[in-house]
Design a protein around this ligand. Structure first.
Ligand code: ARG
Ligand code: ZN
Length: 888
């Protein structure tokens, strides 16, 4: 939050970037943690950059600091010697360079924004990315200023026995009055956003890792004592990730220690501070009794993600925050690759794609759309988005697809070697890929940079013609993009992987004298045509296999064509994708009939999807249970909302349920026999096979709830009473509550009684109720907000209630009279006053408004205007202003 003197929001532009005038050679910090405040002394050694003018000012940044003293080369300075405006502090007498010493006082206990140095359940911790370090001390707080750090922490020994910072511990010992100290040295130059400090009473799980070159690294996971039994999975994930990065990317760890600290009050998932990661408890703790399969997977992915940042982010960092995707997009791609190799590659890919299509496509189509590398921002915290992370990862993936695994590795090797220890830009990443693969650099960079510069999801239109006499097929692909202010779209390089499906299976066809069952093209012009030969029969095209590019595809596939893909495509991803397309088509048609009051809507329909699944699903459930369970999870309302021009949640919900019933009815026997297996009730094993079996049974239970509610209720109760792990308990609770089965209320009470001492389980308990897809959930949410265990200071709890309601419960949130929007607005004001980042993120839910009907639109606009009249943080104001400015 920019709190200074009520300045109006300042927009920062990429085009205004200027290199820093002074380099920082070394940072020495001394942090005294006192009973009601902290005093931070900083000694900073500066040197004027060769390129800087002789009279250049030394510019530092500071926010919410009480300045106690400033000296330049040991001479005290007074307020006349510097200018301080907003967050910017300037000193004109720095000359060639010298040493600046400052001392400031800050208040970690009062820091509710959870940015900078704050306290979480008695534990001191920091969050500096993106611009939190300036709330700890006066500093050149920008990612292109890198220095070595030496940090001394002094605190009360009894309440803070553990004192941690980045790097290696070089000294520790007793201080006066029951206090003690520790000094840490980080030899790797780093920007301030990677600084971390932790102090408190923590227990530790220790293990080790031997790097490829034989160095021994101590691994430590710090948590509250009670959570030590939940660290094994994170430790194993860390070791696996360290080995993986050596083998796949040639990246080895570079310090003697790697520490992870679990913190219960945290605005995001986790943070990659050098050698000292800070994690939301939800992303590090895992135990079969308290954590679901999804939770285990998330821990593994996030531990890997933060570890991978050690190279993609820390050794090679970002020049400025416009380049955020350089570290985030690339690192998400790396963690997706890693996760795919741990469990099931297909399930991983289709989950990642469903997530992108559901949430990032909507972001890109709505008022908060922005480029993967934006040209401007007001509050950088608002740009930790799905577009930067997920679309950014898809761009890295397309480069991987286009260059091949080996070509991509040559490029990443070149990138890590060339830019090690530096702050890079997106162009450096792209040029590395080109140079290492002998491609023309300028052309390559210019072409691929378009993906980073042009917001919006491209559309690819497909037309094809098969010629029976010549057995040839011509394929024409046309790409288009909507233009956004300031950028004229130019054609993108779009990798297209495709195959041809005949009546009984995949065909081998020939393109440019290469015969294969799968081909790869690069669409790089507005329109291009390819000619395939030896196409023996009229095929159905299996396009964009494994989602080879993040585009919307418009292809004239009939229901029968899609059904053929569902049955016969060798690409499992595309089988799933065909069910999604067909389900979407049928749900939208049904909803449209409801809207028009069409009588046919009340009669049994023929569903091509139901027919296709009835024919193949029972066998698939045995041969590939993971894919089978995914095929029954029809697109949710969030996904569907992106597919329509006018979004009516209640109508879509009704249509979706109707289709689901048609799909499930013929499968009842099969579902019953799946449930009879009771894999769910066997002890927990973390493996792809065990998770697939559990996921299939969870889907079957949810299905049974629609066909035989009494039987499903009995089974859910049984799972709850004998469940050997949380995956079974959570599946049973969700089905009972979301399907409103008999005994749901009692189950909710019993679950609470059993788990009220476990915060992360309680978060799930809150979330399950807040996301129950019924209009009545709004009242439930009102009650949950009054619950003794609701704590507005804990972001996880707020997200479990308010976030789930606003973003994962469309039926209740989009109340016709606008009561859902009112509820969100009230909460936003309360939350924004203490935690702007959290409020701003929750406010994003209102970005859906241009899709709504006129009555609901009017309600949202009223809510937006009322909120914008209040005093708000710059974070939340920027988000609401951008949402308000949308026009259809
Ligand atoms: N860099 C962190 C990651 O691993 C996330 C930091 C988010 N920071 C923020 N201000 N929202 O993705
Ligand atoms: Zn990251």
């Amino acid at each position: 939050m920019k709190t200074e003197v009520g300045l109006t929001a300042i927009t920062i532009y990429l085009k205004d970037y200027q290199a820093p005038h002074y380099a920082l050679e070394h940072t020495d910090l001394h942090v005294e943690l006192l009973s009601d405040c902290a005093e931070v002394s900083a000694t900073l050694r500066f040197k004027r950059a060769a390129s800087a003018p002789k009279d250049a000012a030394l510019t530092l940044l500071g926010a919410d600091l009480e300045l106690l003293s400033v000296a330049w080369n040991d001479q005290p300075l007074s307020a006349d010697d510097w200018q301080w405006q907003g967050e910017t502090w300037q000193f004109n007498g720095a000359g060639e360079g010298g040493v600046l010493s400052t001392k400031v006082r800050i208040y970690p206990d009062k820091n509710l924004a959870l940015e900078g140095l704050y306290r979480s359940h008695g534990l001191y911790c920091t969050q500096c990315e993106a611009e939190g370090f300036r709330k700890i001390t006066l500093f050149p707080d920008r990612p292109d200023v890198l220095s070595t750090f030496r940090t001394t922490i002094v605190a009360d020994q009894a309440s803070c026995p553990v004192l941690l910072s980045n790097g290696n511990c070089v000294a520790s010992g007793k201080a006066e009055n029951g206090r003690h100290f520790a000094t840490w040295e980080d030899p790797h130059p780093k920007p301030s956003y990677l600084f971390a400090l932790v102090a408190g009473d923590l227990a530790v799980l220790r293990d080790s890792f031997t790097t490829a070159s034989g160095r021994e690294v101590a691994l430590e996971i710090y948590t509250a004592e009670v959570d030590q039994d939940k660290c094994d999975h994170a430790m194993r994930s860390l070791q696996t990730a360290m080995r993986w990065d050596e083998q796949r990317y040639g990246c080895e760890y570079d310090l003697d220690r790697y520490m992870i600290v679990a913190v219960s009050h945290f605005n995001m998932g986790a943070m990659e501070n050098k050698g000292l990661n800070v994690f939301n408890t939800s992303c590090v703790l895992a135990h079969p009794a308290t954590t679901t399969d999804a939770g285990f997977q998330r821990v593994e992915a996030v531990v890997a993600h933060e570890y991978f940042h050690n190279w993609s982010g820390n050794r090679v960092t970002c020049r400025d925050w416009f380049q955020l995707c350089l570290k985030e997009g690339f690192t998400v791609f790396r963690d997706q690759q890693f996760s795919a190799e741990q469990l099931s590659p297909v399930v991983q890919r289709l989950e990642d794609v469903a997530f992108l299509q559901t949430h990032q496509f909507a972001e890109d189509a709505g008022p908060l759309a922005h480029a993967v590398r934006p040209e401007s921002f007001v509050e950088i915290n608002n740009f930790y988005t799905l577009t930067i992370y997920e679309k950014g990862a898809e761009i890295a993936r397309m480069l991987h697809t286009f260059l091949g695994a080996e070509g991509f590795r040559r490029g990443s090797d070149h990138y890590f070697k060339t830019y090690d220890g530096q702050a890079a830009i997106v162009e450096d990443f792209l040029s590395s890929m080109a140079i290492a693969n002998g491609l023309a650099v300028d052309t390559f960079v210019c072409q691929w940079l378009r993906w980073y510069r042009q917001p919006g999801t491209p559309v690819v239109r497909v037309t094809s013609a098969w010629h029976a006499d010549s057995k040839t097929l011509s394929l024409t692909l046309t790409q288009s993009q909507t233009s956004h202010a300031g950028v004229t779209p130019e054609p993108l390089p779009i990798p297209v992987r495709l195959g041809f499906i005949g009546e009984t299976g995949e065909l081998t066809t020939t393109l440019a004298s290469v015969s294969a069952s799968s081909h790869q093209l690069l669409l790089e012009k507005a329109e291009q045509t390819w000619h395939f030969s030896q196409v023996e029969q009229a095929p159905v095209l299996s396009l964009f296999r494994d989602f080879s590019a993040p585009v919307r595809v418009q292809a004239a596939l009939s229901d029968e064509d899609l059904a053929r893909l569902i049955r016969l495509d060798s690409n499992s991803f595309n089988r799933w994708s065909a069910t999604y397309t067909l389900a979407t088509r049928e749900i939208l048609a049904l909803a449209e009939q409801y809207r028009r009051g069409d009588v046919r809507a009340r009669q049994p329909q023929d569903s091509a999807l139901a027919g296709a699944l009835a024919a193949m699903w029972p066998a698939l459930a045995t041969s590939d249970p993971a894919l089978a369970s995914k095929l029954l999870q029809l697109p949710n309302l969030a996904y569907l909302s992106d597919q329509v021009s006018c979004y009516d949640p209640a109508a879509l919900q009704r249509a979706r349920e109707a289709l689901l019933l048609q799909v499930l009815t013929p499968l009842e026997g099969s579902l019953q026999s799946i449930l009879a297996n009771e894999h769910m009730l066997t002890p927990y094993v973390y493996s792809a096979a065990a998770m697939a079996a559990r996921s299939l049974e969870a889907v079957a239970l949810d299905a049974l709830a629609r066909l035989q509610p009494e039987a499903a209720a009995t089974m859910a109760q049984r799972w709850l009473s004998v469940a050997p792990h949380m995956s079974a308990e959570q599946a049973a609770l969700t089905t009972l509550v979301h399907q409103q089965l008999p005994g749901a209320d009692a189950a909710v009470q019993a679950f609470y009684a059993r788990w009220q001492h476990e915060p992360l389980v309680l978060d799930q308990w809150f979330a399950t109720q807040a996301s129950a897809p019924h209009a009545s959930a709004r009242n439930t949410v009102e009650a949950l907000l009054q619950h003794d265990d609701f704590d507005a200071a804990v972001p996880n709890r707020v997200r479990a209630v308010v976030g789930q309601f606003a973003s994962n419960n469309p039926v209740a949130f989009h109340d016709m009279a606008g009561k859902g929007y009112d509820l969100l607005a009230q909460q936003l004001l309360l939350i924004d006053a203490r935690n702007p980042q959290l409020a701003s993120r929750l406010a994003g839910a209102l970005g859906i408004w241009p899709k709504l009907d006129p009555a609901r639109q009017a309600c949202v606009l009223k809510t937006l205007d009322a909120l914008l009249n209040e005093s708000l943080s710059s974070d939340t104001r920027e988000t609401l202003t951008r949402i308000r400015a949308a026009h259809d």
